[in-house]
Ligand binder design. Structure first.
Ligand SMILES: NC(=O)c1ccc[n+]([C@@H]2O[C@H](COP(=O)([O-])OP(=O)(O)OC[C@H]3O[C@@H](n4cnc5c(N)ncnc54)[C@H](OP(=O)(O)O)[C@@H]3O)[C@@H](O)[C@H]2O)c1
Length: 314
């Protein structure tokens, strides 16, 4: 029996990648923004109550960090109230919610990778609204899973890498922030990391909504795949190092780039940023490694593969 998976945010960077990666293994349905607006909670409940699924993956979010400062009510609606509604729908259907969150729930004061037990202390409206969403999801049903990711890139929507390579193609001078650190993480690798969690429902899935014993659906509390889990490629870097590696890869794979070396900017130079951002937000994947026995590859290898397959071909 194939697991029935619904993906919300199917038009976004991560959601579109999960749709593509999971189509072959699962019975997947996606909702993009036009098909399901998380700001309309009645519509969300009504549409999802009519759908049959074992797992709901929410990748949709109000992700514009600066705009969240100005539109905080909307940020909390999309990033906190809507995930709570999703969690309730899933609870009532005996389905599992996998809800994506962010490294921006941390204040960035630490200088070693954040674990799941580190206290979240957001410093922006975006971070606060995402943290509130995490809490509401897990309060609603403790078998749900919150997955925090950082600096996400992939072929379905341009991100920092694409911007840096595009700039390096037209200018000899490219700069990036050198005093802010995290880990670039590839959507393809997030999909691979999530796979064993979703697959559990395929192995042991028994559709029996009349019973509440979650073990029968294959993702019980003992599995450990509930609560909060950090997903990141291995290693850490500044945006300057990230940009430098992307440009080095572009050159290696034959892109005609004018810029060779990425210059350093300070976080304090970013005068047009409205929201505060954590200086250090590396996520430790140690818990995931212990649960799955699988180690994510390094961010450098992931960026290299992405540039070779998706950027250097155009
Ligand atoms: N990108 C990163 O670097 C990063 C870092 C840490 C955590 N995350 C988290 O990872 C998850 C996936 O992010 P992503 O990179 O895929 O972001 P993304 O490309 O911005 O995708 C977010 C999706 O949410 C949709 N959306 C926005 N408002 C909506 C609404 N009211 N109703 C329904 N859909 C709505 C967007 O649709 P439209 O574009 O059509 O509005 C978009 O398809 C999010 O939870 C994000 O917070 C991302």
């Amino acid at each position: 029996m194939k697991s029935r998976v619904v993906i919300i945010g199917a038009g976004g960077r991560l959601g579109a990648a999960l749709m593509r990666e999971y189509r072959k293994n699962f019975d997947v349905t996606g909702f993009n923004h036009a098909q399901l607006d998380l700001a309309d909670l009645d519509q969300v409940r009504e549409k999802l109550n009519r759908s049959e699924f074992d797992i709901l993956v929410n990748t949709a979010a109000f992700t514009n960090v600066d705009l969240c400062e100005k539109e905080s009510k909307q940020a909390f609606k999309i990033n906190a109230e809507a995930p709570q509604a999703l969690a309730e729908v899933c609870r009532d259907k005996s389905a599992k919610l996998i809800h994506f969150s962010t490294d921006y729930v941390f204040d960035g004061e630490k200088r070693e990778p954040y674990g799941e037990n580190d206290e979240a202390h957001p410093i922006s409206v975006y971070g606060e609204s995402k943290r509130e969403g995490e809490k509401l999801v897990l309060q609603t049903q403790d078998r749900h899973l919150v997955v925090r990711v950082s600096w996400v890139f992939g072929p379905d929507r341009p991100s920092f890498i694409d911007d840096m390579i595009m700039r390096a193609g037209v200018s000899e001078h490219v700069d990036a922030v050198s005093d802010k650190f995290s880990t670039p993480t590839y959507t393809r690798d997030i999909a691979a990391m999530l796979l064993p969690i979703i697959s559990r429902a395929v192995v042991t899935g028994v559709a029996d909504p009349g019973r509440t014993a979650v073990s029968e659906r294959g993702y019980n509390a003992e599995s450990g795949y509930n609560g909060i889990l950090h997903f990141a490629n291995e290693g850490e870097c500044s945006w300057q190092e990230y940009a430098q590696h992307a440009i080095d890869c572009g050159r290696e794979f034959g892109l005609p780039l004018k810029a060779k070396t990425v210059g350093a900017l300070k976080l304090s130079d970013m005068k047009n940023w409205v929201a505060r951002r954590p200086v250090y937000s590396v996520l430790s994947s140690a818990k995931y490694r212990a649960l799955s026995g699988v180690s994510p590859r390094s961010w450098r290898d992931a960026v290299s593969e992405y540039v070779r397959e998706f950027v250097a071909v155009s």
